[in-house]
Write a protein that binds this ligand. Sequence first.
Ligand code: DQA
Length: 168
Amino acid sequence: MGQEKRQGLAKTSGSRGAAPRSGTAILVLHGPNLNLLGTREPEIYGRTTLRQLDQRLARLAADDGSKLASFQSNHEGALIDRVHLAREEGVRFLLVNPGGLTHSSVSLRDALVGVAIPFIEVHLSNVHAREPFRRVSYFSDVAVGCIVGLGIKGYELALSYALARLQE
Ligand code: DQA
């Protein structure tokens, strides 16, 4: 088997200290409607825009010597494709806010389980203190952990954990 082929098949997720093939070690996935952050129900989700959040996370990761990329889509299939690509890229940790898909998407859950990249489920709002349907998550039981209700600070805390994991 040629070297390229071997590299293509190699699993880097979970391997200690291995550099990801794309350079991206951490991927942040934002589900439907999170592109509206900053203007969408600011009393619940705050006034920070998605761009500002992504820039802040990328800077925090860079300060720690890691590359972080972000991806938002309003389409379930696009999010699933991005998760599949993450495995090919050798992404080693995910921060995932599935938005409304949290409460409905078996397919996105299956994608995350399928690629076996560890992830933290993050929600800006406290989903347990809102409508009853928001208490059901298709992701929590397969996540490394969940952070809810801490606004953008929740992403920063999740990132801090992910960065520490990359050092293991
Ligand atoms: C959310 C909570 C979800 O219930 C909602 O559909 C969202 C945002 C949050 O970050 O608090 O879109 O995931």
